[in-house]
Design a protein around this ligand. Structure first.
Ligand code: MN
Ligand code: MN
Length: 265
């Protein structure tokens, strides 16, 4: 019986510095299915391919096609994991989730706040999705963790939108808030220190270990209805290591989704 859904978004047009994340979804799937690993999440649940409804990958012609593609998949009410793609995809993803669930709580793990009003002339840049999400009222609460690149403009944006930022320099696990749910998790893989995930476009030292980020996910108490794993850039990877990191997070997020069943949301 299928209990989860998975989709990929082959898109990096909104990447400001390097292209590459459009190639990521098939490589994460391949790492997840590799004979080198079993399918168990650390909570003991087995995330076998048979329990995942794989919706395939979207070749994006128009940015907002991402929302329409996602809309059709949310009718089934199964929790949905999306493989990116650059982080710009999270805005149209949340448009679709909002139509299905109303305003969601969002936990955003990233080196960057992605709160620019506009970046290099583009309001839909991968540096902007959380500004679009907040000004459109798609989130009831936005909590950001791992942030270590705040500009003055982004600090102003955060206070304007009421974003709760746990900066990396201050971070302690016990500072993580409790969510009510339904919750959406957006994981930019550059939240990790580049030592743990070299396949990214923007190296920002001083980040989370893989274990730190796994613990954040394992500590989620609320029903988790959606998640994305974004910004994996295979052109920068070393021995496919970051693909394996993404596959590990895919299993941990899926395990958490099954553990905290969304119930009647
Ligand atoms: Mn990001
Ligand atoms: Mn980032």
């Amino acid at each position: 019986m299928q209990k989860l859904q998975l989709q990929g978004i082959l898109y990096d047009d909104k990447s400001s510095f390097l292209k590459g994340p459009a190639q990521a979804p098939p490589l994460v799937r391949e790492a997840y299915k590799s004979d080198a690993f079993n399918f168990f999440a650390e909570n003991g649940l087995e995330i076998r391919p048979e329990i995942i409804k794989d919706l395939g990958d979207l070749e994006v012609a128009d940015y907002f096609d991402i929302a329409h593609f996602t809309d059709t998949h949310l009718n089934s009410r199964l929790p949905l994991i999306t493989l990116g793609g650059d982080h710009s995809i999270t805005y149209p993803l949340l448009q679709a989730f909002h139509r299905r669930y109303g305003p969601l709580e969002i936990l955003h793990i990233d080196a960057h706040a992605d709160l620019y009003d506009t970046f290099e002339g583009d309001r839909y840049s991968h540096a902007c999705p959380f500004a679009r999400i907040m000004e459109s009222g798609l989130a009831s609460r936005l909590v950001q963790v791992g942030i270590r690149t705040l500009s003055s403009h982004q600090r102003e944006q955060a206070s304007r939108f009421g974003v709760e930022i746990l900066e990396m320099k201050d971070y302690r696990p016990e500072m993580l808030p409790k969510f009510q749910g339904p919750l959406y998790l957006s994981l930019d893989i550059d939240a990790l220190d580049p030592v743990f995930a070299p396949g990214i476009s923007h190296y920002e030292p001083g980040g989370f270990s893989s274990r730190d980020a796994i613990e954040i996910i394992q500590n989620i108490q609320a029903p988790l209805v959606g998640a994305d794993i974004v910004e994996y850039n295979p052109t920068r990877d070393v021995n496919g290591m970051t693909a394996v990191v993404c596959a590990k997070f895919l299993k941990e997020i899926a395990g958490k989704m099954l553990e905290n069943s969304p119930g009647d949301f």
